[in-house]
Structure formats: C-alpha cells, structure tokens
Design a protein. Sequence first.
Length: 165
Amino acid sequence: MNNCEILKSWDLFPSPSWVVELLVEAANIKPGISCLEPSAGFGKLATSLQQAGAIVEVIEPIPELQTSLSLQGLLLIGSDFLTTPNLGDRYERVVQNPPFSQQISHVKRAYQCLKVGGRLVSLVSHSPWQYNTSFYKQFRYWLNAVNAQVQDLPWGLFVNSVSEA
C-alpha cells in the first residue's frame, strides 16, 4: 500500500514539519526523558522527539507503518492506544497528533499516562471550541479542571500535509 492509500484508508493526517517542531518545543524534551507517541503514523514526530533526546515508545494501528517505525529505531509497544494495557502514569511526556475522530478519547487517555509533573502536548481540531454540545462542553470543562493551556494554530493546517507524508 502506498502512502496516499494509507492516508485515505486510515483517516491519517501527518503533521507538517513546522507543527512537529512546535509540538517538540512545547514538550520541553530533556535528554533521557520518557515519552509516548500514541499514534505514530509515519514516525516524523516520534523521531523528532528521539532526536531531541527523549526515550520514545510508540503505538500505531496501521500494520504497514508498524514495520516502518521499527526500522526507524522506535520501540513499538502496541497497536491500539485506547486499549493498550499498563500505560498509566508511566511517561514524563506524551506528545501526539491523534486521529481527529477519536481526539478527545486520546487526549484524556494520554493525560492518564503521565507521571506526576508530566506534560501532555496534543494537536486537536477546532471542534471542541466550535460546537456547544454537552460532549464538547464537558471536554472544555475538563481542560479547565486540569489547568490545560490551549494554543490556536492556523485554520486549514492539514491542507498541504499529504505531500509531506
């Protein structure tokens, strides 16, 4: 399966290079820090975290990409982030670009994977701030309760990202 077929069939939207840089910078990586990338895709974010000095573990559901991640020297620990056991309070950082169809579940699960004092950096769509349903209100309330910092990124962020995959 080629990259374009993978993108279409798995609803995968790779982070553009400048977003990867922004996420890694926001994660404040220090050498030797434990880090999880729970939806690793092609590995661009995970390898950037590794290059910054993190000890990175990845999870990836797409079989074709799992092999690629291993060949890049990344430790694959599972294929489904929402059901992989024994991840609780294990990581100093979780940095992710989750599937937008599961973004809130991924953000909340990722938060549970952090050690005390850890940091979660997650890319999410504008949906939680665009819609006023009880689901999104609860998510915004939760973000406030955990003292999350939210930074807006430009609209249309992924329009040209397919060419970078």
